[in-house]
Design a protein around this ligand. Structure first.
Ligand SMILES: [Zn+2]
Length: 141
């Protein structure tokens, strides 16, 4: 049962990395709509092509899959097969995440990372998003 769940989760992660419109991303967009924010998607002219960009708040949001970005949660665990390969791949991703966030902050953007595992509780997610976005218009975070 537990193994099955992991397998399912992994193939969901695989799909997520291929397709852009993942369920957590769609949920976040709909919350932002409800809050009345305007945003752009996947702006390639910004470092890391942020998933969601809110120009008026000078803010970007990344929706990170726990597996691919090496979150320390239950879903972030490495597969037991080929673990060296995955370890390298995910540590490269993390390195890239850090670099991208640094570049964005340097350009005056505020950055919010939303982990996939934190998108289950919609009320909490809404609070996280509105706190982040209402926390001043200045890019000083
Ligand atoms: Zn997670």
């Amino acid at each position: 049962m537990a193994d099955n769940h992991t397998m399912e989760q992994r193939s969901a992660n695989m799909r997520a990395v291929l397709g852009r419109d993942t369920a957590p991303e769609v949920l976040i967009r709909s919350i932002l709509h409800r809050l009345g924010y305007r945003f752009r998607l996947h702006r390639r002219d910004l470092p890391g092509t942020p998933d969601i960009v809110l120009p008026s708040r000078r803010a970007v949001i990344f929706v990170n899959g726990c597996f691919w970005h090496g979150h320390g949660c239950r879903r972030g665990g490495l597969p037991t097969t080929n673990s060296e390969f995955w370890q390298q791949k995910i540590s490269n991703n993390r390195e890239r995440d850090r670099r991208v966030q640094k570049e964005l902050r340097k350009e005056g953007w505020r950055v919010l990372i939303v982990w996939q595992c934190k998108t289950k509780d919609e009320a909490k997610l809404l609070k996280t998003l509105s706190n982040f976005l209402e926390r001043g218009g200045a890019a000083t975070a």
